[in-house]
Every structure is written in structure tokens, then in C-alpha cells.
Design a protein around this ligand. Sequence first.
Ligand code: FAD
Length: 386
Amino acid sequence: MKNQHIVVAGAGIGGLAAALTLARAGQRVTLLERAAEFAELGAGIQLGPHAIKLLSRWGLREPLLARACLPEAIAVRDAVSGRSLSRILLGQAVQARYGEVYASVRRADLHALLLQAVRDEPQVTLHCNAQVNAVHQDAGLVNVQSAQGSHSADGLVAADGVWSGVRSAVFNDGAPRATGHAAYRAMLPMAQCPSAMASSIGVWWGRDVHVVHYPVHSGQYLNLVVLSEHSAARAVPGWASPASAATVLASVQGACAELKDLLGAASAWYSWHLYDRPAARSWVQGHVALMGDAAHPMLPYLAQGAAMALEDAQALADCTQAGEDWAGALGAYEQQRKSRCERVVATARRNARIFHLGWPWALARNAVLTLQGTQTLGMPWLYGYG
Ligand SMILES: Cc1cc2nc3c(=O)[nH]c(=O)nc-3n(C[C@H](O)[C@H](O)[C@H](O)COP(=O)(O)OP(=O)(O)OC[C@H]3O[C@@H](n4cnc5c(N)ncnc54)[C@H](O)[C@@H]3O)c2cc1C
């Protein structure tokens, strides 16, 4: 199936990837983004070998790696004692096992790369300042009303994120709810950090809280994230509410001095309240399909939000190429993606419980990890995909 007119709502990482892959699969794409312009928002994103394989297929691997970092390992430590619990090998060990590298990137670098690829694609028309306000389906066509006018199309892909208005309007299955968890994010110039932090991902586990840091932007910055189960402030949707250093430090009260000093070195913190939405019963309604966070919002405890959106995009394009019509292609897409994404969502939730255990369960967890010793990154069902 070729030359269908597809509207994609939302030009985040998922929407850009969908516009790119659908255009390259021979479809005509109108991409509608609510924002007037693309600001440098967001922090870091980890991309496993399954995601890098897709970027490689799209010809974006080398420009991405020019801005990315390739951490050698994940170093897991106890946030209170500072004791080392486990070392999970990435680097060459991951490349040997999964056939691609494991990278850490600044979200804005990945977004900018996809945006440029989309802008270079003659089959994509991108409109900013074009919030999708209403969707009507009739006689095999979709009519999409946006702030930039109305668009009649063969299909609509909702890539409008966790607060997806398209999902609420078309699927009518409830609103996102605040989980009570918050992520506090900051960037620290690498020159201010201990040198070991430039070459690995650091994870510190505490009770109801954990901290993750990794290098981004060719190693110039350390991306710092504190994930706390008890957000101090009232939950607000969005990624960029400023947070005070005092709030961040209060969330890691019992932590060791080394960790507190690291967090205390950052001045500009942003909070990101974590929202969740029950799994959509179906991702397809007539000629409308959900993808990315609109379909499967997830807690960031497995670092898979961006990777799953990239996989969705490729699957969607593959299914349109193989399918005879848009409805058939969407059925195949849902079949291919839904159970995998549900497994990822469930694994991220399970990680939240394991990472945030308190005494005495944390002792048992730490003993098991210490016994296991150094290992290569596991979960081949996740990282070995594609
Ligand atoms: C600013 C920002 C910062 C982030 N930071 C991190 C991070 O640090 N770490 C991490 O793991 N994940 C982060 N994420 C989430 C991660 O990027 C996503 O899980 C993943 O990339 C999947 O993205 P998505 O495209 O499905 O949704 P999103 O990235 O949320 O993109 C949705 C897009 O749709 C647009 N939109 C929303 N409503 C409408 C509408 N009605 N009409 C038109 N457009 C609309 C939004 O403006 C946005 O551009 C961030 C997301 C955003 C938007």
C-alpha cells in the first residue's frame, strides 16, 4: 500500500520517527505539532542496541553517535552506604552479545537529528503551532481539525504523548493520573564531576528513591535524575517545572555524603511528575492508531520510552508496506507491538519496586546482587529485539 495521506499528531521522538518511516514507506505525511517551536527541553535518554539498530537502518547512527556517549558499564551502588552492589557490563560486551552498542544521549540531540531527517523528506509536511483539537471519522476517511486548519486523510497516528488528546477524544478511556512519583532532572558540566562518571552509568538505590546519572552530549555534561516516590510538590503535567535544590536533597535525606555532594553541585533542577494511564484496551479505533507514550506511557525505570516509540514507528511503516489497506495494516501493527510494550510497562513497574526496597528487603536484594557479581546486560527479549 502506497501514497496514502496520513496525519501524525505530535512531533516528539515518536511522531518524528513515524513521519520519517511512513514517508520512506511511500506514504504522504502531514505532521502536526502543538508547540510553536522546538525548545531544548528534556534531559537524557538511554538507547539500547535495539534502538541503535533502528537508527542505523534510517541512516542516523553515525550522526547520533557523534553526539552520544557509549558508557562501559552500569555501576549500581547503595545510596546510603555508598557500597558497590553490582557492575553490569555495556560497551564491547553488549556489542558482542547484541550486535550493536548501548548509548546515552541528550534528548534534544536525538530530537534534533530526527527533526532534520524529517525536514529533508519531501513527502512530509510539518506544521508547528498546529494543536489537534478534534477528530471525525466518516466513510473511510479521517478529518483532523487543528489550529492550522482541517486535514482530510486516510489515517491518523496519535503520537501526542502521555496526555494524548486524541486518545481521550477517540478512545474515550479515561485521563492520565499522577502516580505520586517525581523525577528531578539537572545537567552538570562534566568538568565538575569525578572522572569515573564520564565512562559509566551510575545508579544509586535508596528507600523509595533512586538516582541515575550518565554522560551525554559527547561527554560534555552529566545528566542527573533523582526518582522519588514522594513528590514534594503538587503534581503538574509537563516536563519543565523548576525545582529547588533543597527539595531534591530532601528526597535523598539518608544518602551518603558522596551522593549528596554530587547532587548539591547542580543548581538548575526541573521536576517532572510521572503520570500513568491504564493500558489502552485497543490501540486502533477505525482509521486512528496510537503510538509511543499515547499508547503505552511507562514509568522511566527501564529507560524504554523513546526506544519503544522508535520501534512502534518502524512497525507501523512495515505494516503499511505489507498491508493491502490502512485498516489491515493497523490491525497487524497492534498485533506486533501491544504485547511487547505491555511487557516493557510491567517490567518498568517491577523495577520501581526492586530499586526502592527498604530494610530488610533491601538487604536480601543486595546480597543476591553481590553474589551474582559482574554480568553483561541481560534481558535478551528486550535488548536483542530486531
Ligand atoms: C519535553 C520532553 C522531555 C522529556 N524528557 C525525558 C527524559 O529526560 N527522559 C526520558 O526517558 N524521557 C523523556 N521524555 C519522554 C520520552 O521522550 C518519551 O517517552 C518518548 O520519546 C516517547 O515520546 P512520544 O513521541 O510518544 O511522546 P512525547 O515525547 O511526549 O511527544 C509528544 C508530542 O506531541 C505534541 N502534542 C501533544 N498534544 C498535541 C496535540 N493535541 N496536537 C499536536 N501535538 C501535540 C507535544 O508537544 C510533543 O511534541 C520527555 C518528553 C518530552 C516531551
